[in-house]
Write a protein that binds this ligand. Structure first.
Ligand code: ATP
Ligand code: ZN
Length: 300
C-alpha cells in the first residue's frame, strides 16, 4: 500500500497535477487537476437541481462555539484544527522572536483566536437554522475546504480538501429519504464517469474506546453509507458519503421541524479531490486521453 501510494503521489506531483508542500496531506492543485474538480462539480450541481437547494458558501474557519456544540471534540479530537494568534505586547513579541531564533517552539507564545478550521462543509450551516423549518424541510448546497489532521502518504487522505454537500433539514422521514435518494444519485453520477462504484455501510473514525461503541452503533443502524471505488489504497476508498445525523445537529442548535419536533438532518458529501484522484487512477493521468464518453460527460 505505501509503495503504491508513494508512486501515485510522485506521479501526480511529477505531472504538476498536485504541488507538494513538504507536509503529508497538504498540496497545491495544478490547472489540470482543478479542471477535473470543476467539471465534476458541475455534475454535482446539476444532480442537486431537483432539490432546488439554497446555495451558501462559508469560509474554511468557523466560530469556536459552533465547533463546541457539534460535539466534534468528543468524537474526533485527533482530527481537530484550532487557530491561534499572537495577542501579547512588545515584550511578549521579543520573547516570541527569541524563541523562533533559538529554534524553540514559538507556538507556545500564541493564544486561541476564537476560530477553528471547518472539519466538514455542512457544520457552519446549522447555527443559522435555529427555529422552525417550513413544511417539507429545507435543502442547502454548501461547498468548501475542510481540515482534518490526518497526515498520510496516500494522496487520497489529505489534511485540507473540498467537500461539496447537499444538506436536508426537516423531519425524520425527509432526512432518511434525502440520504437514500442521494446514494442512488451518487452511484449514477460517479458510475457514469466510468468509476467502478459500490455503496457500502460505513462508520466514522470515532476516537478511542467510547468511539468504538459509537462506530459500531452507527454501522448497526446503517446511518452512514459511502460510495466507494478503488483509488490507491488496497481496499476501496470513499469518494462520497451520505449521512443520517438524526437529531445530532437539531438538538444543540435548537432546530425544529415544521411541526415543532426536534429537526432531523442528513447530508451527502462529495469528496472533490478523491473523485478527481479516482478518475486519474482509473482512466490515467492525462485527462485528454480519457475515454470519449467520460470526456463528453465532464466537458459536454
Ligand atoms: P458529517 O456531516 O457527518 O459531519 P460529512 O458528510 O460532512 O460528515 P464525511 O462523511 O466524513 O463528512 O466526508 C465526506 C467525504 O469527504 C468523504 O466521502 C470523502 O470523499 C471526503 N473526505 C473525507 N476525508 C477526507 C480526506 N482526509 N481527504 C480527502 N477527502 C476526504
Ligand atoms: Zn455534512
Amino acid at each position: 500500500m505505501t509503495d503504491a501510494a508513494v508512486a501515485f503521489r510522485d506521479e501526480l506531483v511529477g505531472r504538476g497535477l498536485l504541488v507538494a508542500t513538504g507536509v503529508d496531506g497538504l498540496y497545491g492543485r495544478g490547472e489540470q487537476f482543478e479542471a477535473v474538480v470543476e467539471a465534476v462539480d458541475r455534475l454535482v450541481v446539476e444532480a442537486a437541481r431537483a432539490d432546488a437547494p439554497t446555495v451558501l458558501r462559508f469560509p474554511p474557519v468557523m466560530p469556536r462555539w459552533v465547533f463546541e456544540r457539534t460535539d466534534y471534540l468528543r468524537s474526533f479530537p485527533n482530527l481537530t484544527g484550532a487557530v491561534q494568534t499572537f495577542a501579547g505586547d512588545d515584550k511578549a513579541h521579543a520573547a516570541l522572536l527569541a524563541e523562533l531564533e533559538g529554534g524553540g517552539d514559538w507556538s507556545t507564545h500564541l493564544e486561541p483566536a476564537g476560530v477553528v478550521l471547518c472539519p466538514a462543509a455542512c457544520h457552519p450551516l446549522y447555527p443559522m437554522l435555529t427555529g422552525r423549518q417550513p413544511e417539507g424541510g429545507r435543502y442547502f448546497d454548501v461547498y468548501g475546504y475542510c481540515f482534518r489532521h490526518e497526515p498520510a502518504i496516500d494522496p487520497a487522505r489529505m489534511q485540507a480538501f473540498r467537500m461539496h454537500e447537499i444538506v436536508y433539514v426537516g423531519d425524520p422521514d425527509g432526512a432518511q429519504a434525502h440520504r437514500d435518494r442521494w446514494v442512488d444519485r451518487g452511484l449514477e453520477l460517479l458510475g457514469g464517469l466510468g468509476l467502478a462504484v459500490e455503496a457500502v455501510v460505513a462508520n466514522d473514525p470515532f476516537f478511542g474506546r467510547v468511539g468504538r461503541m459509537l462506530a459500531a452503533n452507527q454501522r448497526d443502524e446503517a446511518l452512514k453509507l459511502e460510495v466507494v471505488t478503488p483509488v490507491v489504497a488496497e481496499g476501496p476508498t470513499a469518494i462520497m458519503s451520505a449521512n443520517c445525523h438524526r437529531d445530532h445537529f437539531g438538538i444543540p442548535f435548537a432546530i425544529e421541524s415544521s411541526t415543532g419536533e426536534v429537526a432531523h438532518s442528513a447530508c451527502v458529501g462529495f469528496g472533490m479531490e478523491r473523485i478527481t484522484l479516482a478518475l486519474l487512477h482509473t482512466h490515467g493521468l492525462d485527462a485528454a486521453a480519457w475515454p470519449a464518453a467520460v470526456r463528453s460527460t465532464l466537458w459536454p
